[in-house]
Design a protein around this ligand. Structure first.
Ligand code: PEP
Ligand code: MN
Length: 291
């Protein structure tokens, strides 16, 4: 069976058209903002700053999947309103996470892209519900998921009718504990070879350390990423979630300036790695062999 996510099904790149910007067309799309929307003032301050630095989308969690139930869980619907208003005021698009199928219609009213978090990559009822939604989906790789598992999760959304899926590498669990996760740069050329879907990188969750965000953004761009998802706050040490990996608005500005010449090099092609053998395509094997 040829999967909808595979290059065999569609040889040209899927381009997600958001009106004011596109993802997957060879340009670099940067999504930036706080881990969580904390207040109306906070998100407006950050939106204005990241727009000035060149971000195209504003990120911000409203419903947060925290490891501890005692940690800040997000402001919910109130946060969705603040996020949308801050984005509109600054001519930005928005991306925010959805945790449950029942929240999909509400979040789709407010956000331009709906994010599936790493913890929900294999939440199949959620993936099916997103397949019925008209908005693009940013699908994060689970922290222990293989490329095939990520692509089969994308397949759930595609097969349910929504062809607008963006894949996101956000770091995986390895034996290394110096960093929160190990950002798998290899995912970029591999996923772009196996699939026509855009691939973006989240170096914030990918490392868990703000000092590593800039070098890994540069590596991701050089390896052909279609976009970056970066946690930015005007006062990062005071962020209510993921403070350690959040960069300041000033650091974000410096980073964007450093990325410009690299992004302009346009090092990546639409389909960088060629299959050199006539072996069965890995995704076709995946569709039969997988539980
Ligand atoms: C987030 O983007 O804030 C988030 C919770 O990401 P992940 O699902 O990658 O942990
Ligand atoms: Mn976060």
């Amino acid at each position: 069976m040829i999967l909808l996510a595979s290059r065999a099904h569609q040889s040209h790149a899927t381009i997600i058209d958001l009106g004011s910007c596109s993802i997957g067309d060879g340009s670099l799309t940067v999504m930036a903002g706080p881990c969580s929307v904390e207040s109306e003032e906070q998100i407006h301050t950050i939106a204005k700053s990241v727009k000035h630095s060149g971000a195209k989308l504003l990120r911000g969690g409203a419903f947060k999947p925290r490891t501890s139930p005692y940690d800040f869980q997000g402001l919910g619907i109130e946060a969705l309103q603040y996020l949308r208003d801050a984005a509109r005021a600054n001519d930005l698009k928005t991306v925010t996470e959805v945790l449950t199928p029942s929240d999909v219609p509400t979040i789709a009213e407010y956000a331009d892209i709906l994010q599936v978090g790493a913890r929900n990559m294999q939440n199949t009822p959620l993936l099916k519900a997103l397949g019925e939604c008209q908005k693009p989906i940013l699908l994060k790789r689970g922290m222990s998921a293989t490329y095939k598992e990520l692509l089969l999760s994308a397949e759930y959304i595609l097969a349910s009718g929504n062809r607008q899926v963006i894949l996101c590498e956000r770091g995986i669990r390895t034996f290394e504990n110096h960093t929160r996760n190990t950002l798998d740069i290899t995912a970029i050329p591999v996923l772009k070879d196996l699939s026509h879907l855009p691939v973006i990188i989240d170096p914030s969750h990918g490392t868990g350390r703000r000092e590593l965000v800039s070098p890994l953004c540069r590596a991701a761009v050089a390896a052909g990423a279609d976009g970056l998802l970066i946690e930015v706050h005007h006062s990062p040490d005071e962020a209510l979630s993921d403070a350690r990996q959040t960069i300041s608005t000033q650091s974000f500005h410096t980073l964007m300036t450093a990325l410009k010449p690299i992004a302009h090099l346009n090092l990546h092609s639409d389909h960088p790695v060629t299959q050199e053998t006539d072996q069965e395509h890995p995704l076709e094997a995946a569709s039969r062999g997988h539980q």
